[in-house]
Design a protein around this ligand. Structure first.
Ligand code: FAD
Length: 624
């Protein structure tokens, strides 16, 4: 049958990409359908119930800055929060939360069910309605035809999914869920480049069968960090500790003795796995000189005894998994509640996408999430939001929007994917961003919320809070600029002690804040000044970071402005790229093949980095 209502946007798949896509489109006022296998699994975390971490929390906060759901659901479901790299610079600092998977899912579901303009429907999509080179809707596996202006595909690991435990194979989208085979076949018939990837998950353990007293306890941070700009500690449920365990030589012997029973080593699995989240058999095989690997033993929730042993993802047979687990100190009597497994699935070459995540071959069709070769909830959610907002803009015949590499990790993610493609599951790292000091997790709202407001993604309340925060930062920075400390004054006495030497002349507080020995809290506590200091820690943090890193931030901004100014600079047709010092051979070859006419053209060639463009610019200047 033809469903009687027509939608602006249809999203297929209610995982992390699909939920953000559907919410974004509906927030923008578009009539949106979220079609998913099972309403009970909306927002389900297939692997570890943890959100954030290095590079990933930047994405979560960017989603949040654009009005998305992930950070807020994390604050409602998070049972342990930590700031990673807390002692390093703000560019690489990252918030990570262990979530209660049931609470997280419930938070996402509540947001979806209460979102105006959003309709949920439970069924498998089996086919797309394609008219010439434009998608017009979706057909479910039972034959219901939904018509829409644009379609966003967010089917995760489900397309042609095959689950491996040892040498046993079964079809599945993840443990307990059927795969999407009809849709996978339909997509393979379209002109996209398709390949296989794999990922894996560890066995889950019953906490009552472990001796946690023999493991190192790892409590969360105090005060508890908050993930969302709209979040608060008051939203957090009860907080609990994680634990740290270690594999040992015996564990490694068991794994090595059974490698031929691993589907990866016996050649059964063809897909490439995540380099940065390898299975334990991979780690033991590749790093043969290491006698121990760390395992973070993380609770799956407050009302369950299940634990997630982060670090021993495996596809070895169950009997080997049990031996491996029981060889670990504190786990000698462990009971496995769910075996670990690996899954292989279809993904589409993201080089067949535009920056908006619309496909190049089929108009109005967008891809987001694991289907594009990424791994991780955060990478999926960020793409979902971008695809959802662009699907909505397409439905309204508006131009596509995406952030640049110097504006957001989301910009880096999409640019990397569509220009470089990926041969292995792609995950975000701070090292992928050229302008790390500008793209901090603490300033995602300052970078993106204004754009989000213009796009229609940010509601009035959030906008008012943001504007108030931005003003408070500006006012406080200006106030510090106008306050002076005189040598010999009571305030100077405090500063002299912190600096270990007396002030030689009068100083503005804004200049003193640049000194590594002094913090905003120190200045706020100075006699005669304390009364007027800001109390909002987010405002204080921003004022401090902006003062301390202003020099570096300005330098990065100059670099970006310089590149933008020189985009039209012509590249001489006789330019010999092999003589440009500092370029990698790969980039030289690409430039030689493409012979770009301008620096802007060069910068758009897949694999030509902003650093390479800078090198070209310097070379051109020397030639003159
Ligand atoms: P998913 O979260 O998979 O959601 C897909 C959704 O689409 C599901 O709700 C599904 O029911 C629905 N769907 C699929 N096909 C259809 C259809 N035809 N019709 C209707 N609905 C459909 N990430 C890491 O960062 N590190 C890891 O170590 C890691 N390990 C993993 C291990 C396993 C075994 C699995 C399965 C995943 C793992 N992940 C890991 C990946 C992480 O789960 C994904 O990156 C993330 O969930 C991707 O989000 P997504 O929205 O793209 O897809």
């Amino acid at each position: 049958m033809d469903y009687p209502d027509r939608f602006d946007v249809i999203v297929i798949g209610g995982g992390h990409a699909g939920t953000e896509a559907a919410l974004a489109s509906a927030r923008m006022g578009c009539q949106t359908l979220l079609l998913t296998h099972n309403i009970e699994t909306l927002g389900q975390m297939s692997c570890n119930p943890a959100i954030g971490g290095i590079g990933k929390s930047h994405l979560v906060k960017e989603i949040d800055a654009l009005g998305g759901a992930m950070a807020l659901a994390t604050d409602q479901g998070g049972i342990q929060f930590r700031v990673l790299n807390a002692r390093k610079g703000p560019a690489v600092r990252a918030t990570r939360a262990q979530a209660d998977r049931v609470r997280y899912k419930a938070a996402i579901r509540a947001m979806l069910e209460n979102q105006p303009n959003l309709t949920l429907f439970q069924q498998a999509a089996g086919d797309l309605i394609v008219d010439g080179d434009t998608v017009r809707g979706v057909i479910t596996e039972t034959g219901i035809r939904f018509h829409g202006e644009s379609v966003v595909l967010c089917t995760g690991t489900f397309l042609g999914g095959v689950i491996h435990i040892g040498l046993d194979r079964s079809r599945g989208g993840r443990a307990g869920d059927a795969p999407s085979n009809a849709l996978a076949e339909r997509l393979r018939a379209l002109p996209f480049r398709v390949d296989r990837l794999k990922t894996g998950t560890p066995p889950r353990l019953d906490a009552r069968s472990l001796d946690l007293s023999r493991l190192e306890e790892q409590p969360g941070d105090s005060p508890t960090p908050v993930m969302s700009y709209r979040g608060s500690q008051a939203m957090h449920p009860r907080q609990v500790s994680c634990h740290i365990a270690h594999t040992n030589e015996r564990t490694h012997e068991i794994i090595l003795a059974n490698l031929e029973r691993s589907p990866m080593y016996s050649g059964v699995i063809e897909g490439v796995g995540p380099r940065y989240c390898p299975s334990i058999e991979d780690k033991v095989h590749r790093f043969a000189d290491k006698t121990s690997h760390q395992i973070f033993v993380e609770p799956e929730g407050l009302e369950t005894h299940e634990l997630y042993p982060n670090g021993i993802s495996t596809s070895l047979p169950f009997d080997v998994q049990l031996q491996v687990v029981r060889s670990i100190e504190g786990m000698e009597n462990a009971h496995i509640t769910r075996p670990g497994y690996a899954i292989e699935y279809d993904f589409f070459d993201p080089r067949d996408l535009k920056h908006s995540l619309e496909t190049k071959f089929i108009h109005n069709l967008f891809f987001a999430g694991q289907i594009n070769g990424t791994t991780g909830y955060e990478e999926a959610g960020a793409q979902g939001l971008l695809a959802g907002l662009n699907a909505a803009r397409r439905a309204r015949e508006l131009e596509a929007w995406w952030p640049r590499r110097d504006e957001a990790y989301l910009g880096v993610l999409v640019d990397d994917l569509i220009t470089l493609g990926t041969k292995e599951p792609y995950r975000m790292f701070t090292s992928r961003a050229e302008y790390r000091l500008l793209l901090r997790e603490d300033n995602a709202d300052l970078r993106l919320t204004e754009a989000g407001r213009k796009l229609g993604l940010v509601d009035d309340r959030r906008w008012a809070d943001f504007v108030a925060k931005r003003e408070a930062i500006e006012l406080e920075a200006a106030r510090l600029d106008g306050l002076w400390v005189q040598p010999g004054s009571p305030a100077a006495a405090v500063i002299d002690e912190k600096l270990g030497k007396p002030l030689s002349r009068e100083y503005r507080l804004s200049d003193l804040l640049k000194r590594p020995e002094l913090t905003y809290a120190d200045l706020a506590a100075l006699p005669g000044i304390a009364g007027e200091a800001v109390t909002d820690p987010a405002v204080a943090e921003q004022v401090q970071i902006q003062a301390k890193y202003q020099g570096y931030i300005d330098r990065q901004q100059d670099e970006i402005d310089k590149l933008k100014r020189h985009e039209a600079t012509p590249l001489p047709s006789d330019l010999d790229f092999s003589r440009v010092e500092g370029l990698s051979n790969e980039i030289r070859q690409k430039l030689e093949e493409a012979r770009p006419a301008t620096l802007a053209h060069a910068s758009r060639i897949s694999g030509v980095t902003p650093a390479a463009v800078s090198i070209l610019l310097i070379h051109l200047k020397k030639r003159r």
